[in-house]
Design a protein. Structure first.
Length: 174
């Protein structure tokens, strides 16, 4: 739709880094570039937003990276790709920080949490510019909202054009 309409929409894939996908991160960068995606960004696994805050959540998570050397290798590969010009949105500094986070999550807990985790201070761009698509195809305008459609059943352009809209000049803080 973006090519057909000539709209300047950027496509960004966001993926969470966890134990089971460490060996696939670099190939994912190559794959999304081949699909015409503009950028990919990475986020280390963190406690889900809907649970009470617990700095030791990772001790119970089956997704937590238990071999920091493996995450170091995967992140070093991403850093090399970034330096070669591959479309990785994260800074080299942040990718380096993720290595620290997996080695010492208790110390790095607050610093490592994504900006979305601190949603009370984040302006929500609901129905203005966000189009969040989950791996099952569900589309949300904000990660805390119910789905407004599914790209497996409806065209993304149709979902976007029929999205709930707010009056102009309404700024949301959530």
């Amino acid at each position: 739709a973006r090519d057909r309409l000539g709209v300047p929409t950027r496509l960004v894939v966001s993926t969470v880094i966890f134990r089971q996908n460490l060996g696939e991160l670099a190939s994912l960068v190559r794959k999304v570039k081949g699909l015409g995606v503009d950028e990919i960004k990475f986020q280390p696994i963190e406690q889900t937003y809907m649970e009470p805050d617990d700095p030791e959540w990772y001790k119970r998570s089956p997704l937590w990276v238990t071999e920091p050397a493996a995450s170091d290798r995967a992140l070093d590969e991403l850093i090399a790709l970034k330096r070669e010009g591959w479309p990785i949105q994260n800074s080299v500094e942040y990718l380096e920080f993720i290595k620290v986070y997996f080695r010492d999550p208790a110390h790095a807990y607050e610093k490592g949490r994504s900006p979305d985790q601190h949603f009370r201070s984040r302006a929500c761009r609901t129905a203005v510019g966000d189009f969040d698509m989950s791996s099952n195809g569900d589309v949300r305008l904000c990660y805390r909202m119910d789905p407004i459609g599914n790209v497996r059943h409806r065209d993304p352009e149709e979902i976007w054009n029929q999205r709930p809209r707010l009056p102009a000049r309404v700024a949301l803080r959530v």
